[in-house]
Design a protein around this ligand. Sequence first.
Ligand code: IDP
Ligand code: MG
Length: 149
Amino acid sequence: MERTFLMLKPDAIQRGLVGEIIKRFETKGFTLVGLKLLSVSRELAEKHYQVHRERPFFQGLVEFIISSPVVAMVWEGEGVIASARKIIGATNPLNSEPGTIRGDYGINVGRNLIHGSDAPETALGEIALWFKPEELSSWELTNKPWIIE
Ligand code: IDP
Ligand code: MG
């Protein structure tokens, strides 16, 4: 079953939006299989964002991610990677549709609340980077027949 890595960034935690944001993935019908709050090391932040290492915003982004705790999560479900990206919205919250997380709660690209894996390969790599296998639990929603035909 498809899995994605989602991270609530420090602004989401500081603004008290953890519950609001997690609720959106729960009520959509996806399954939470991993969850932890942690203070991120510089090494982990740099690894996570290494694809952006040459970008002018890289250093500021790393400083932001390590500035205050984040909530790291793995969610499971058919099509969860692309669907989560839609629920999250465009990178710049000013361009994100209302109804998306970034569209509803943000106005600045450097404070866009949440990260979501962008493809199957990146999801696999990010899950392995942030979680040990034993930190993930496979389980079945008891109301699954009421969500999936
Ligand atoms: P994504 O989070 O929507 O996948 P990416 O292009 O992968 O967006 O960029 C990663 C993160 O880098 C963004 O979520 C945002 O926090 C930050 N970022 C991207 N572009 C800019 C920028 O132009 N200025 C400041 N921060 C940026
Ligand atoms: Mg990205």
